[in-house]
Design a binder for this molecule. Structure first.
Ligand SMILES: Cc1ncc(COP(=O)(O)O)c(C=O)c1O
Length: 389
């Protein structure tokens, strides 16, 4: 057996976050002061994230799933309503729609950008359509001009799933600020990592206030300061909410991650460019360059392994990379491949052919700013070793 590119002990973990000394110090500060829960660091993180994104209001929550769920509730979407989204997404996007009692409706993606195709969205609009929920896949901006035009024409609410899109811009405007709500993820593998975490951006103060109330049991806004040094405050429950609040421990990570957002982005851009050059002559479909007038967040570097061209199946490629001790990911098997959705909604994979094919062929390679030059070289050597002959 030839030696793997890396040793087993040195397995390159996919999506490992880069955590600096500042984060460690600030987390320690939380532990020492005893303020672990929602407090001043969360409030500061909201203000700084809001300023970075040039948004109206920001509410921190404990995941993007929570952010999506609360945005749909704040938009008064529920039973009898339809929400159009993409089949090429993480299950959380679709689950959030189901959780509010609405019907998810899938519109296939553009085979080049992997983003929801505005023409497919148009074709899916009915009397019951209430919202469009696009995902900026891998950090590549959706066609916001077309989606905003459709939303306006049909009076639809736009909720952006920005789990991959913290740094994404479209024609000078930040992803997450185009519609009524922008939902972000700070999960471990994301461009800004707090372990678990999320944020809702909205231009409307009323929506921000409602989301704040819903994120903490439905208790009045003042409940967020219940344990401040100004003394005990009574609270009132005004609706039946959830336990979706972010902790100061998480914000302590987020504040420093946000300060390094550009440096980390530049490093991922650099790695992306190295991959594009290194894999040019391999039988793979590489990502298209970012569209003019957009900023790509470089969240995922995905290649397509077509078994005819590459003479290896995607799953065999995944196994071969793992045998080289390089971590890989799949983003995503299309939503109708999962039995729950197929059984409940009768969706067939063939009805969303682009998403299905991408889901069958896609592989994500490591793209963390934590990667050293040697790590990046190991990834390229492993890919060449698997596909090069
Ligand atoms: C596109 C997309 N939407 C939503 C989510 C859910 O994010 P979270 O894990 O923060 O709930 C993810 C997470 O991977 C995602 O990739």
């Amino acid at each position: 057996m030839p030696k793997p590119i890396r040793s087993h002990e040195d397995f390159l973990i996919f999506g490992s976050p880069l955590i600096g000394d500042d984060e460690k110090r600030d987390v320690l500060h939380c532990l020492e002061t005893g303020w672990l829960g929602t407090g001043p660091k969360v409030a500061r993180f909201e203000r700084e994230f809001c300023a970075y994104k040039q948004a109206g209001y920001a509410v921190a929550v404990n995941s993007c799933t929570a952010a999506l769920h609360l945005s749909l509730l704040a938009a008064n979407i529920g039973p009898g309503d339809e929400v159009i989204t993409t089949p090429l997404t993480f299950c959380a996007t679709v689950n959030a729609i189901i959780h509010v009692g609405a019907q998810p409706v899938l519109a296939d993606v553009n085979p080049t950008t992997f983003n929801i195709d505005p023409e497919q969205v148009r074709a899916k609009i009915t009397q019951r359509t209430k919202a469009i929920l696009p995902v900026h896949f891998a950090g590549r901006s959706c066609d916001m001009q077309a989606l905003c035009a459709i939303a306006e024409e049909h009076g639809l609410i736009l909720i952006e799933d920005c789990a991959h899109a913290i740094e994404t811009m479209y024609r000078g405007k930040h992803a997450g600020t185009f519609g009524a709500f922008g939902c972000f993820s700070f999960y471990v593998t994301k461009n800004l990592a707090t372990g678990e975490g999320g944020m809702v951006l909205t231009p409307e103060e009323g929506h921000a206030n409602r989301i704040k109330v819903l994120a903490l049991h439905g208790m009045t806004k003042d409940a967020w300061q219940r344990f401040s040094d100004e003394g005990y405050k009574h609270y009132q429950v005004v609706e039946c909410g959830f336990k979706y609040n972010m902790m100061d421990l998480q914000a302590a990570l987020g504040l420093h991650q946000l300060r390094r957002i550009s440096v980390n982005w530049q490093r991922r851009q650099e790695i992306w460019a190295i991959y594009q050059e290194a894999f040019r002559d391999l039988p793979l479909t590489l990502p298209e360059p970012p569209e003019e007038g957009t900023r790509h967040a470089y969240h995922l570097y995905t290649v397509l392994v077509d078994p005819q061209r590459a003479r290896i199946t995607r799953d065999a490629f995944l196994a071969a990379m793992t045998a080289e001790n390089i971590g890989v990911g799949v983003h995503y098997q299309s939503i109708p491949t999962h039995p729950y959705y197929r059984d409940r909604f009768g969706w067939q994979v063939e009805d969303y052919p682009h998403s299905f094919r991408i889901g069958q062929q896609t592989v994500s390679l490591p793209l963390s700013p934590k990667l050293s030059d040697r790590d990046v070289t190991d990834v390229t050597r492993a890919v060449w070793k698997v596909l090069g002959d």
